[in-house]
Design a protein around this ligand. Structure first.
Ligand code: CTP
Length: 413
């Protein structure tokens, strides 16, 4: 890999969490790669890491206050603006709950937050939240993360492991080596701003469970991996993503707002509340088509030699959105097939009034449910068909998002 860091101007913003003690090492690694570093500290960060250590390893003065000493003259009064102009990237590590809140609210009462507002458009901002696991998962922190993601910042999900409190959970700042490699990737993908940036994208994912009784249900093999990969890809492009998911064992992609549901009816209700406001609706869930007409309280006993289950149809969430979408809104679906794939997918595309459908076959080894790869055939509403090879679901999601971006731009012309 070429050394993308060489000659780059990087600002490291440090806020007051225990992980701040790792930042001199981060600065050292970046300096070694040939980057120019300026360090900005919040007031509370100074309690966790020494200004002197950071000044020594960065070989530069460290910035903290917006107000320079009284005897200062000239450009020091507007240092937050000149630093914003200077920076090729801004890394905030660790980002505490407090700093996330202040950044998302647009406050600017210290150097770090003021600088955040003066950065030039298109320069990567990488934010590494780090805090107690419970704090990280709190609705307020998740909301602030979603806001910042929606503005195009790259929020890196903290790692799981032992926390400063001794508890085990999510919240650890990645090691400096891993921060450097994330930054390299961000600088390499000088992706021009995506048309999805700031747009509201709703993704349904995973299976639904339809209750037979208190302990049993009807479901399917969906793992949610495809839907989660789409949510991640959309969020990385700066979209405000709401992920409505059935029961799955997956981590929420960074910056994504997650709504957990169990039944098709619950997924329907959650989705309906987003129909009007979303720009793009992507149905990646394997919604159960039917649910038991009645569900028993408690556990059904095996008293009879034979029982009959009457199933009634669930609402088709995607079709409902497709039928009522307004001009400019985009409906994207999946067709999971075992035979006559193209015909079935085309029928679903028109019956549900979709703009794009992704056909995938159910194959335990390569595509469809559970596996980590997928083989998609994308068909748009003008009949244009794109066959993708077998790809990891993350890559398949990126290809799908590329096409969605093109269609989205087209529908708005
Ligand atoms: N879908 C939905 N609500 C349902 C059923 C399906 O939103 N009740 C969405 C899925 O998320 C997917 C698309 O519709 O994007 C097609 O789903 P699929 O299971 O392939 O087909 P169905 O429409 O259910 O038809 P069939 O089961 O007859 O193939």
């Amino acid at each position: 890999m070429d050394n993308v860091l060489r000659g780059k101007n990087i600002i490291i913003g440090i806020s007051g969490g225990i992980a701040a003690y790792k930042t001199p090492q981060l600065v050292r690694l970046l300096k070694k790669s040939g980057a120019f570093i300026r360090v900005v500290l919040t007031e509370s960060a100074t309690r966790f890491v020494s200004e002197l250590a950071l000044a020594t390893v960065s070989e530069e003065r460290v910035y903290r206050s917006l107000f320079p000493p009284a005897d200062t003259t000239g450009t020091d009064y507007t240092r937050h603006i000149s630093l914003g102009e200077w920076a090729d990237a801004f890394v905030i590590a660790p980002a505490t709950a407090n700093t996330l809140a202040r950044l998302s609210a647009g406050l600017c009462d210290d150097m770090l937050t003021a600088l955040f507002l003066t950065l030039r458009p298109g320069k990567p901002v990488m934010i590494f939240p780090s805090m107690d696991g419970q704090m990280f998962l709190s609705p307020s922190v998740q909301r602030n993360i979603a806001i910042l993601s929606g503005q195009g910042c790259r929020l890196i999900t903290p790692e799981s492991g032992e926390l400063a409190s001794g508890l085990i959970g999510v919240g650890r700042m990645p090691e400096p080596e891993s921060i450097v490699s994330s930054l390299e990737k961000a600088l390499q993908s000088t992706v021009p701003s995506s048309p999805l940036c700031g747009k509201s994208v709703v993704v349904t994912a995973g299976p639904t469970r339809e209750k037979i009784d208190g302990v049993r249900f009807i479901s399917n093999y969906s793992s949610g991996k495809m839907g989660f990969a789409i949510a991640r890809a959309a969020s990385e492009r700066g979209a405000l993503v709401t992920l409505i998911t059935g029961p799955v064992y997956l981590e929420t992609p960074s910056g994504v707002k997650r709504l957990d549901v169990e039944t098709a009816m619950e997924m329907h209700d959650a989705a309906k509340s987003c129909f009007k406001s979303c720009n793009i609706f992507i149905g990646a869930a394997a919604v159960s088509d039917y649910r038991p007409a009645t569900s028993f309280e408690g556990k059904m006993k095996k008293e009879k030699p034979e029982i009959e289950l009457t199933l009634i149809k669930n609402p088709d969430i995607l079709a409902e959105f497709g039928m009522q979408k307004a001009p400019g809104q985009l409906a994207v679906g999946f067709a999971l097939e075992t035979h006559a794939g193209l015909d079935n997918a085309r029928n679903k595309l028109s019956a549900k009034n979709l703009d794009l459908i992704a056909l995938n076959f159910f194959d335990r080894n390569t595509s469809g449910f559970e596996v980590d790869t997928n083989i998609l055939t994308l068909i748009d509403n003008e009949g244009l068909t794109t066959e993708l090879p077998q790809l990891p679901k993350d890559d398949a999601a990126d290809k799908l998002l590329d096409l969605i971006e093109q269609l989205y731009v087209k529908t708005r012309q």
